[in-house]
Ligand binder design. Structure first.
Ligand SMILES: [Zn+2]
Length: 416
């Protein structure tokens, strides 16, 4: 009796399995088995081996498709989800005329609550199970995004004290004492100190935020060098700094827990600085394309060995689908003559993101001891190699890709 009851929470899923291991390796099992015990992965292998090692009373569920780890999106603005892809144009005009007015609506608790529910539902449907998210400046909107989260998210209210409309800056918590008080009531595993970008804070304010982030050990997320106009503005606002990156470096905001969105208009000394500090880059190819920014120089990231992960950057990015991001990521860089292996691409949309969030040991791919967050994608048909299957999986229109996953599981439980 005892022998049977201890296996009550175990289950084996049988399907093809792709499992990114690092930027150059991906395991593939045509007939794979995924043994889960109480929401945690116990074994991943070919089905026969998993079955042989498991006790005979563990149920087997056959799935028709390919199991992959769920996607991780390391840069998006959940409060821009409703207007994703609706506006385009030069970054600063886009912010002032479209995005900032939209974020001001999140002063409304009911609106924020229903928007958060809708956001998490849609992301799970698209196969995204984790990520780093920017909120509006309002304290309650961040609290709502954390309280209602489905999956594993880190959220930060954007901190913006200057060079923005009062209808946003009046709600910002960038003052040190105010921010510390807010953080003392929040689960810091799910919180990131989030200066919106350098132009919205003074050097003094940025430095104070750097100190708070270091003291509390939380993730820091912000934007860096997304457009030429922005870089030029920063140069005028911070004449004492060597460059945009130096503004953050002087404030103590650059380290291994820092995730920087975009990094397009960068000099070699700035790349070197990011490498020395161990910062992560959130690469958002669909957003860069939508706002007419240049291609992010992937060659430079590689040259300086800077870690990076992929992201949608909703709402500049037109879609919340990481399959869509993968499609444009491969296409944009390949068109520029920069090759990307399939192993690398899948890693950047999954495990790399979990590593950027400091969760590489507990999530991001399918390994014993990790949380069983996975998705089911359509089957391989007659294909023998998973690389061709991945190309099939990421082809199609944006709306097709948003609903391509056949199912999403969090901690072993089917949630979409
Ligand atoms: Zn952004």
């Amino acid at each position: 009796m005892h022998k049977y009851s201890k296996n009550l929470n175990k289950v084996i899923y049988r399907a093809s399995i792709v499992n990114p291991i690092n930027s150059s390796r991906c395991s593939f099992y045509k007939d794979g088995g995924l043994l889960i015990d109480n929401g945690v992965i116990e074994e991943v292998n070919c089905f026969d081996n998993v079955l042989k090692n498991a006790s005979p009373d563990v149920p087997v569920i056959e799935l028709n498709g390919v199991i992959s780890p769920g996607f991780v999106d390391v840069h998006l603005h959940w409060v821009q989800y409703k207007v994703k892809g609706l506006y385009s144009g030069e970054l600063l005009t886009w912010l002032r005329e479209s995005i900032w007015p939209e974020e001001s609506h999140y002063v409304d608790v009911e609106l924020a609550t229903s928007a958060a529910r809708n956001f998490y539902d849609d992301l799970l449907r698209a196969g995204t199970v984790m990520g780093l998210s920017y909120s509006s400046p309002h304290a309650h909107a961040t609290q709502i995004a954390i309280d209602l989260m489905r999956g594993d998210w880190v959220v930060g209210n954007v901190l913006m004290g200057i060079n923005a409309p009062n209808y946003l800056t009046d709600f910002s918590l960038h003052d040190s004492d105010t921010l510390k008080a807010f953080m003392s009531n929040i689960d810091l595993r799910h919180y990131a100190v989030t200066p919106r970008f350098a132009p919205n804070l003074s050097q003094f304010q940025l430095k104070a935020l750097g100190e708070i982030a270091i003291d509390s050990g939380v993730i820091i997320q912000t934007h860096l060098a997304e457009s030429r106009e922005e870089v030029e503005w920063v140069r005028k606002l911070f004449p004492e700094a060597d460059n945009y990156t130096d503004v953050y470096d002087r404030a103590g905001l650059l380290g291994r827990k820092t995730v920087l969105g975009h990094c397009i208009e960068m000099s070699d000394s700035e790349w070197r600085c990011l490498a020395e500090r161990g910062c992560w880059v959130a690469h958002c190819p669909t957003s860069n394309e939508a706002l007419g920014n240049r291609r992010m120089p992937l060659e430079k990231l590689r040259e300086y060995n800077i870690p990076y992960a992929l992201a949608t950057d909703i709402g500049a990015g037109p879609s919340h689908s990481m399959l869509h991001v993968l499609q444009r990521f491969l296409s944009l860089h390949r068109d520029a003559g920069v090759n990307i292996d399939h192993e690398d691409a899948l890693y950047r949309a999954t495990l790399a993101g979990a590593e950027a969030m400091g969760r590489g040991l507990i999530a991001g791919n399918l390994c014993a001891g990790k949380r069983a967050d996975f998705i089911l994608l359509p089957g391989m048909g007659p294909r023998d190699h998973w690389a061709g299957w991945l190309e099939d999986c990421i082809s199609g229109s944006m709306s097709e890709l948003e609903t391509r996953p056949l199912g999403t599981w969090l901690g072993g439980k089917k949630v979409s």
